[in-house]
Structure formats: structure tokens, C-alpha cells
Ligand binder design. Structure first.
Ligand code: ADP
Length: 316
């Protein structure tokens, strides 16, 4: 069964803005699913609809086999959402927050205690249980907020930009937590992120949306293979040199796309081997000093930029 099935959903706000434009996607039970899109693509609108805060203007949505229009109350009792603003009470300790949450959801006390102990131990949060949540860093607060939301045993957990602004250690702790939620609790995770490397390494499936419509959906590997191209990277000793050589490259190899990033020039190519030979011999003949040249796989970021900036020409 699919955890979430979105079928041709349209959302038109009262001011006439059409934020979702016939969007379809599906999320499998027990997976980590990432929704990617530029600002204004419609991610928050979709999350607000799936968490039953907003009604779609048209289209069908099923969550855990239930229709979102007919069974919103049942669906609401089976999901949890951690937004960017923490919902955790920062004056209370983690333990107090968890027990308070369990009373709100009418979970029997003994069961709540058992659940709290499991969450604290599985997520390695025992050092945070007693002191007010306000005494911890932003990254820790976010993890405590997620642990709190897990008290109600949701079937689907929505996370809006869970690692935004975090340092690398907090992000690693957060990734570890998400993997534990999927593997240990069987909870489906639906998240939005701006970090494409994160989506690539963490997600089972990814959907890229643009202007309120899906552009593509699949595993990160499937999406990378969509480009059916490689990158050639020529490394120079400084960005001044790479900048200086960019114009030369464009003049010599007309019709190819070059990008300059720091001390590297990147070339998108469908024929990596022959381009490698051609460019290397050009550099050697012209006596242009370079540090190295290599063929690399496209990243999810390449796919994202190609599909959201230039349409879908490369999928043909
Ligand atoms: P994202 O989360 O991907 O940045 P949003 O879902 O917030 O995208 O926004 C999609 C579009 O809908 C944008 O054009 C935005 O300005 C518009 N929008 C979002 N919320 C509202 C609202 N409450 N009323 C009117 N327009 C809105």
C-alpha cells in the first residue's frame, strides 16, 4: 500500500495564485521521501494540504488508503508534522514535554512512559531529558521536537527543512535519527530539503516539483541516470586561471556547455572519453597549465538544476 497517493491536485488560493497545478506523486510505506523544488514551487502548500490544514481545490489524495476529504480526522490522528518553528515547549524538559504530549493524545500513562524510554534510548537523548529544552542548541532542540512528535506513534512524519542552518555534526545526528525512525519504527518520512546531497544520500525516493507540478520522481540513482551524461572537470591552480580559460574553451569548443566553479571548469558531455582526449590535447598543445582532468558522474544537484532551470530537454 502507498502511504501517500497524490493525484492531479490543484490548489488555488483566494487571491488567485495557483500554487499546485495538477500535481501527482506517490510515497511508499516505510520510505524516506524528499520533495525538492525552488522557492515558490509549492512545497509548503502541499505539506499544508497533506497535513489537513488546507483543502485542495481539485484532485484526489489518499493517505494510508483513506481519502483525505472523507477521513481527514482519522488521517490527522496518524500523522505528525515538525515545522521549522519548533512546537516543543522550551520551558519544559524533554520528559515533561513528552508526558504532556501523551496526555493530550490520551495515551495511558504506563504506555507513555514505556514509549518515552524507548525514544530517549533509541535516539540517544538521555543527557537532554531533565533540563528545560531552551538550554540546548538549535540542532538538539529540533531532534527533541522530532522525538516528541514520535510519542504519538505516527504512521507518517512530515519534516519541513529538518536540517536547515545546522552545522555538519547536528546534520549527521539528524540523518541518523531519520534512518532510525524509518528502520526501527517503520514510520514513513516525508521531508523537504534544500540540500541536494542530503536528499541524495538519505532518501529512498525523490520528487522534483516546479510551478506546482512534478517534473520527475524516482530513486536518486534513477534521477541521476536521467541526464545520461557525465561531467568533465578540468582543475586549474586558481580561480583566476579557470576564469581566464573559460572564454578560450567557449571559443574553441563551440556548442558545448561550460561552467566555472572556483578553480574548476565543468563541461557537460555525452561523449566523455572523446571529449577528454580532445580537451587534454588542446590544453597540451596550447601550453595551458592545468592541475588535472577527470570524468565524474552527474550529481542530484546537476539533475535538479537542469530540470528546474532549463525544462526537460535532457530527458529526451
Ligand atoms: P514553497 O514552499 O515551495 O516555497 P509555497 O507553497 O510556499 O512554495 O508557495 C507556492 C506559491 O503559492 C507561491 O507563489 C506563493 O507566493 C503562493 N502562496 C503560498 N501561500 C499562499 C497564501 N496563503 N495565499 C496566497 N498565495 C500563497
Amino acid at each position: 500500500m502507498h502511504a501517500i497517493q497524490v493525484d492531479h491536485v490543484v490548489k488555488r488560493y483566494k487571491n488567485g495564485v495557483q500554487a499546485l497545478n495538477g500535481l501527482s506523486l506517490s510515497v511508499k510505506e516505510g520510505e524516506i521521501f524528499s520533495l525538492l523544488g525552488q522557492n515558490g514551487a509549492g512545497k509548503s502548500t502541499l505539506i499544508r494540504i497533506l497535513t489537513t490544514y488546507l483543502c485542495p481545490t481539485a484532485g484526489e489524495i489518499e493517505m494510508m488508503g483513506k481519502d483525505i476529504k472523507k477521513d481527514a480526522a482519522v488521517i490527522r490522528s496518524q500523522i505528525a508534522c515538525v515545522a521549522q518553528q519548533t512546537s516543543i515547549d522550551t520551558y519544559l524538559s524533554l520528559e515533561e514535554n513528552m508526558m504532556f504530549q501523551s496526555r493530550l493524545y490520551k495515551i495511558p500513562k504506563a504506555e507513555a512512559r514505556q514509549r518515552m524510554e524507548r525514544l530517549i534510548s533509541d535516539f540517544g537523548l538521555s543527557q537532554y531529558r531533565k533540563y528545560p529544552v531552551s538550554s540546548y542548541s538549535g540542532g538538539v532542540k529540533r531532534r527533541l521536537d522530532i522525538a516528541l512528535n514520535m510519542m504519538v506513534n505516527p504512521k507518517i512524519l512530515f519534516l519541513d527543512e529538518p536540517t536547515v542552518g545546522m552545522d555538519i555534526q547536528s546534520r549527521i545526528a539528524m540523518w541518523d535519527m531519520m534512518n532510525k525512525i524509518r528502520d526501527g519504527f517503520g514510520t514513513t518520512i516525508f521531508l523537504t530539503t534544500h540540500y541536494l546531497e542530503e536528499a541524495d544520500s538519505l532518501s529512498d525516493n525523490v520528487c522534483i516539483i516546479k510551478d506546482g507540478k512534478e517534473v520527475t520522481q524516482g530513486t536518486p540513482a534513477e534521477l541521476r541516470s536521467l541526464l545520461r551524461q557525465h561531467n568533465l572537470q578540468v582543475k586549474f591552480s586558481s580561480s583566476t586561471e579557470s576564469k581566464a580559460n573559460l572564454g578560450l574553451f567557449q571559443m574553441q569548443f563551440q556548442g558545448k556547455k561550460f561552467f566555472q566553479h572556483g578553480n574548476i571548469i565543468v563541461i557537460n558531455t555525452y561523449s566523455a572519453q572523446s571529449d577528454l582526449l580532445e580537451i587534454t590535447s588542446f590544453l597540451l598543445k596550447q601550453n595551458i597549465p592545468f592541475v588535472g582532468i577527470e570524468i565524474t558522474e552527474p550529481t542530484l544537484e546537476d539533475v535538479f538544476l537542469r530540470l528546474t532551470q532549463n525544462g526537460q530537454e535532457d530527458q529526451e
